[in-house]
Design a protein around this ligand. Structure first.
Ligand SMILES: Nc1nc2c(ncn2[C@@H]2O[C@H](COP(=O)(O)OP(=O)(O)O)[C@@H](O)[C@H]2O)c(=O)[nH]1
Ligand SMILES: [Mg+2]
Length: 328
């Protein structure tokens, strides 16, 4: 039996949630059971009530707002506990075409991928402003470079995960999970596929993209942080090496002067070169320390994966009737 759980992280989506739910498919070839899960991130409107009234299978509510990344991970956790074989994430603003879920999960059912990301084809999106398109495409390009993947639309919230891929995911960002999960999946060498999907006309302005400055700040911080987490030695060696090399070149000039004219009056450049070389060396050493720490992180991630898998196996064996209403 194959179970699909469609999870929808929501912050004040009472108005658009019914439309989103209506668009979800009732049957998909190759899937036996379809369930829905709404994660209500401490909404101040009637999101949870609306979800229940519209027959959502599981409602998870935070008493106060924890942010999209936390809501996403709580959803993944809950979906796994409810026995999902495939987890699809979509937005509560009915942005993505629910009917495309069948196409989205096809690579998973065929065993071709661990993760599938819905590609909005941003270039041809009629209802997105030009500057936002440009930023999104630039961002996606950077993410492709650092993650070694070919994901065309990295901020898309329309995604599908196999149970195994969901079990392996650990998100540490608070703002959003989208970029981090792609870089992580790339570094873990998971098979990531993408399919073109349709999107509906906008129902409201984006909550995540409030201003260019904030968006850039969050995205850059996430990319640098997560990349440094997975490739610390590379990043720090580049930075340290550049500083050291620059210092070394300056020091050559001093050595040259020392042997030709005695080096008088070049103390500044000597100090400058020495400082650069010392700093460069220290930065490279930090990289070494970070690399050791990142090794520990890999062990911890593996441990977490095994513990989660064990927990889930136990709770399945215990077969207590799982409450579909959880409060955190
Ligand atoms: N849990 C939670 N969900 C959020 C938050 N902000 C946005 N969302 C949800 O995340 C999804 C995507 O948000 P949206 O504003 O459409 O962003 P965009 O599609 O990336 O422009 C929607 O389902 C929102 O309800 C938040 O702070 N917490
Ligand atoms: Mg949206």
């Amino acid at each position: 039996m194959t179970k699909l759980i469609i999870q929808i992280p929501c912050l004040n989506e009472a108005e658009t949630l019914p439309g989103t739910l209506q668009d979800l498919p009732a049957h998909i070839p190759g899937i036996d059971v379809i369930e829905t899960l709404v994660i209500d991130d401490g909404s101040r409107d009637q999101t949870s009530e609306v979800a229940r009234a519209h027959g959502v299978t599981h409602v998870l509510r935070f008493r106060r707002r924890k942010g999209l990344a936390a809501a996403f991970m709580a959803g993944i956790d809950a979906s796994l506990k409810h026995g999902a074989d495939i987890i699809v994430n979509t937005d509560g603003d009915n942005q993505y075409a629910g009917r495309d879920i069948a196409r989205l999960i096809e690579p998973l059912l065929a065993g071709r991928a661990d993760i599938v990301i819905g590609d909005r084809n941003i270039r041809d999106l009629a209802h997105m402003p030009g500057h936002k398109k440009l930023l999104q495409r630039l961002g996606s390009w950077v993410v492709r470079q650092v993650s070694n993947t070919t994901v065309p639309d990295s901020t898309s919230g329309f995604r599908a995960y196999t149970r195994e891929a969901a079990l392996r995911m650990t998100i540490v960002s608070e703002f959003s999970y989208t970029l981090e999960s792609i870089i992580q999946a790339g570094k873990k060498r998971m098979a990531i596929a993408h399919v073109e999907i349709g999107s509906n006309p906008r129902t409201r302005p984006s909550r995540l993209f409030d201003s260019i400055f904030n968006y850039l700040k969050h995205s850059t911080a996430t990319i640098v942080r997560i990349y440094a987490m997975y490739e610390p030695l590379k990043i720090f060696t580049y930075i340290g090496g550049t500083l050291f090399l620059f210092g070394f070149i300056v020091s050559l000039r001093f050595v040259w002067d020392y042997f030709t004219t005695g080096g008088f009056g070049h103390i500044q450049s000597l100090i400058f070169a020495a400082v650069l070389m010392i700093v460069g060396f220290q930065v490279a050493l930090i990289g070494l320390v970070a690399d050791v720490i990142s090794g520990t992180r890999k062990l911890l991630e593996d441990l977490l994966y095994r513990v989660r898998a064990m927990e889930l196996r136990e709770s399945r064996d215990a077969k207590s009737d799982t409450p579909s209403e959880l409060n955190r």
